[in-house]
Design a protein around this ligand. Sequence first.
Ligand code: TYM
Length: 328
Amino acid sequence: MTNKRKTLLSGVKPTGKPHIGNYFGAMKQFVDLQGDYGRTLIFIADYHALNNVQNREEMNNNIYEIALDYLAIGLDPKNVTIFKQSDIPQHSELAVILNSITTMSYLMRAHAYKDAQARNKEISVGTFDYPMLMAADILMYDADVVPVGQDQKQHIEITRDIAEKFNRIFGETFKIPEPLILENVATVPGTDGKKMSKSYNNTIGLFAEDEEIEKAVMSIVTDSKAPGDTKDPEKDNIFALHKLFSKEQLSDLEKRYKEGGISYKESKEILIENIKKIIKPLREKRKELEKDKEYVLDILREGGDEMRARAEKKMQEVRDKIGTKLYE
Ligand code: TYM
């Protein structure tokens, strides 16, 4: 089947400013692939974010901001339907149905749940049930391909399992989706070398101002080798980011690392310049878009209307399959 007959779907949680891990791991794929597929659906996972963001103004603002971010990185509403999850109550309805065919012990194996448990004993039911809502997001639109970072791989596997289970019990209803994870950006490292993540405080903001970029890069953790020492690029946190931002200079940088011809300070300075070059146009486009809030909200409103109609059609099929539908 050519991609033109396939559906690509993905989403981001509106939990605050996106970072370059979100961008390279997922959001850039949304932009690069838009137009390649028959349908590209990119949404804002606001009910997923509700597990973390429990403040009216903050939620309101975060949703709008992510919509701006999507447009600023280059998603084109002509190619992509952009919408927010909470505009389609059918997602929650489907999650309830999927809950009924899923066991607690199965969901207890989810990494995200285990991590939350390791950090915090009080976990919301929404956090525990997160994979079911995510499965509903994906299965609702018969998505074929779901571009995500490595940390979401297990959620796609759970989605596949649950779709197969539903199809087995009630008959063929849902398509089995495939994750799309690019190897070299599956886990973008943060300034400390661990996975870049807001919860680790090691991020570089996707729309960061120049001074923020400088500060973040200068804080990248290195070993204590002197400028003239030979260095192993594969063990250096700065070099890991050069791979994303300094493609043209990469072989030269690698040589200088190995020969001992570059200090970490110089390496950081080169990285800062290269990050600025990529971020500046995105930041400027975002500032332009900020001038017309109604335009951004209209895109969400229209996307919501379109997807609600599609979701209702799918849910009629689902209700029919499970036997709750008695009349038109
Ligand atoms: P979220 O909002 O946490 O992250 C958005 C995307 O960014 C990726 N990502 C990374 N990729 C590489 N390196 C990193 N350091 C890094 N940090 C984050 C994530 O893998 C993700 O693709 N559960 C999803 C949101 C969601 C969703 C869905 C996605 C809800 N329903 C349905 C796809 C389909 C999430 O928490 O993303």
